[in-house]
Design a protein around this ligand. Structure first.
Ligand SMILES: Cc1ncc(C[n+]2csc(CCOP(=O)(O)OP(=O)(O)O)c2C)c(N)n1
Ligand code: SF4
Length: 288
């Protein structure tokens, strides 16, 4: 990790694929990009086998553009749709067994802290609602109770998308799914409140309608985790296949859900708030 791992050995430049050279030269390694610059340089994630128009894939693209230090980040995922794109990115990716992500991330973050005490090494878990709040529930909660310093992002498509449409704890009450033909019997789990009670220092909930705000939220979650403790983002990322949302209507659907139950929500401890106020003040001073 560090910029060394993407550096091309001198003399080999002319033999490397142009794509790779462009990524190292113009991509996000060693510099912060604005999400509005997406498409102007070789991206960290580009091709992936997720369904056409999948909103989760769009969110993941913005996630990579938002990383404060891609060259010093390890992403952890698991079985589920998200890993199809996560494993195609130019950032180290670890595939945890389904349900294990937050235990793997806890061990990894601790090991990195011991091995590189003076360096920043970010660890981020991205997994589905099934992976984090159903089968992975115990390990997710324990990483939060233990104040592990990494970010967890739940890409909530309100279903087990990758295995064909079983209901999850995050499916809304009453919704009919292929494998819940009579409609779900129980309420959607309130993951954000659980995260607060379990000790997260920064918690956000959003529908991915505003790329700049998504990027800011992801950066904040990663920075707060670096310094203070566990952080959590609950992102609505619709499954157009299992919820029969036409691909040209996914944004419309996200806007509708934003009005209904995914209004932007951000909560943080006092010390995290003071930290952001301080760094935002400093960046304004630099601009002036
Ligand atoms: C221990 C274990 N149980 C079940 C599975 C099968 N499995 C693979 S993906 C998946 C569902 C993923 O759903 P979710 O985490 O919500 O992610 P999505 O695919 O919806 O993005 C399941 C049950 C598995 N791989 N391992
Ligand atoms: S099944 Fe759903 S969540 Fe999975 S890639 Fe397809 S649209 Fe996206």
């Amino acid at each position: 990790m560090g910029l060394e791992y993407v550096r091309i050995s001198p003399g080999f430049e002319k033999y490397m694929p142009k794509d790779y050279v462009d990524l190292v030269k113009y991509g996000q390694f060693g510099r912060q990009v604005d999400v509005q610059q997406l498409g102007q340089f070789k991206e960290l994630v580009e091709e992936h086998p997720m369904c056409a128009g999948c909103f989760m894939a769009y969110f993941i693209r913005i996630f990579y553009a938002a990383l404060p230090n891609p060259e010093d980040t390890i992403v952890i995922g698991t079985a589920g749709c998200a890993r199809l794109a996560l494993s195609q990115a130019a950032v180290p990716f670890i595939y945890g067994n389904y349900g294990d992500t937050n235990a793997v991330a806890s061990g990894l973050k601790r090991a990195l802290t011991i091995r590189f005490p003076d360096k920043v090494k970010d660890v981020v878990v991205i997994a589905g609602d099934g992976g984090l709040i159903d089968i992975g529930f115990g390990m997710t909660m324990h990483s939060w109770f233990r104040r592990e310093k990494f970010t967890t992002i739940m890409v909530d498509n309100e279903v087990y998308g990758n295995t064909g449409g079983q209901e999850s704890g995050m499916s809304p009450k009453g919704v009919q799914l292929k494998m819940a033909p009579k409609g779900k019997q129980f309420d959607k789990i309130n993951a954000v409140e659980l995260a607060k009670v379990a000790g997260c220092v920064y918690v956000a909930k959003l529908a991915p309608t505003n790329p700049k705000r998504i990027a800011k939220t992801i950066r904040r979650a990663i920075l707060a985790a670096r310094h203070f403790g566990p952080t959590f983002i609950h992102a609505y990322t619709s499954c157009n296949i299992e919820y029969s949302i036409p691909t040209d209507k996914v944004l419309e659907d996200a806007r509708k859900r934003e009005k209904q139950d995914f209004a932007f929500y951000e909560w943080m401890t006092d010390e995290v708030r003071e930290y952001f106020e301080e760094i935002e003040k400093q960046s304004q001073e630099v601009k002036v």
